[in-house]
Design a protein around this ligand. Sequence first.
Ligand code: ADP
Ligand code: ADP
Length: 223
Amino acid sequence: TGGLSIRGLRKNYGNFSAVDGIDLEVESGRFYALLGPSGCGKTTTLRMVAGLEDPDQGEIRIGDVDVSKLRPYQRPVNTVFQSYALFPHMSIYENVAFGLRRKKEDNIDRRVKEMLELVDMGHLAQRKPTQLSGGQQQRVAVVRALVNRPKILLLDEPLGALDLKLRRQMQLELKRIQLEVGITFIHVTHDQEEAMTMADTIAVLNKGKIEQLGAPVDLYENP
Ligand code: ADP
Ligand code: ADP
């Protein structure tokens, strides 16, 4: 399952505590937002879940598995970054297929096309990333991260580079994708409205700690 359990997570840079004792139980198949101001430890937390950064202390379990000894690609987790990080020399189709390079998939072609259809990009499969708008590129980045069937998708300010109108549109689109694929999404943002719009559960971070945790309506009533 895509449940995630974080206990006593800490990360220091020198004598500065970027993540200062985080405990979080993430329920499988739900949309979580990590909300907080720049520098509060959101990205560092995601990077430790993804295995891109080693914790100084604490435990990260996905389902029943302690993932601390697993390399990033061995974890059932993928990440979408603010910079879409698509390969410019590859077509959209090839970019999505690249997500399957470490995975045995019976019918790669069918899987890639299915994912492109999920975001209505099938007709643009042969384009190069630079021939797409920012919103279209981010949709490709999202399905590239979903193509190998992770249990958890981590999204690090994925809409941060888009203008306001497109951001609002993509918030609804990401929400729809999460409901359709049904896996756990953990979405980092500093935008309260974005977290409120998208998440089932919001964890509010400040100075490396979780300050509040709850459904949007709970946080709205007790700000
Ligand atoms: P957020 O994602 O909430 O903006 P980050 O997790 O990126 O915050 O960073 C938390 C704090 O840790 C920031 O003050 C940042 O400058 C610091 N930090 C992050 N990564 C490093 C690093 N590799 N070396 C030193 N300080 C870092
Ligand atoms: P974010 O978009 O989350 O705020 P940043 O721009 O703060 O990300 O950081 C981008 C990268 O730089 C991350 O890998 C982070 O670990 C690293 N980083 C952030 N702050 C520092 C720092 N003070 N010293 C060294 N590396 C840092």
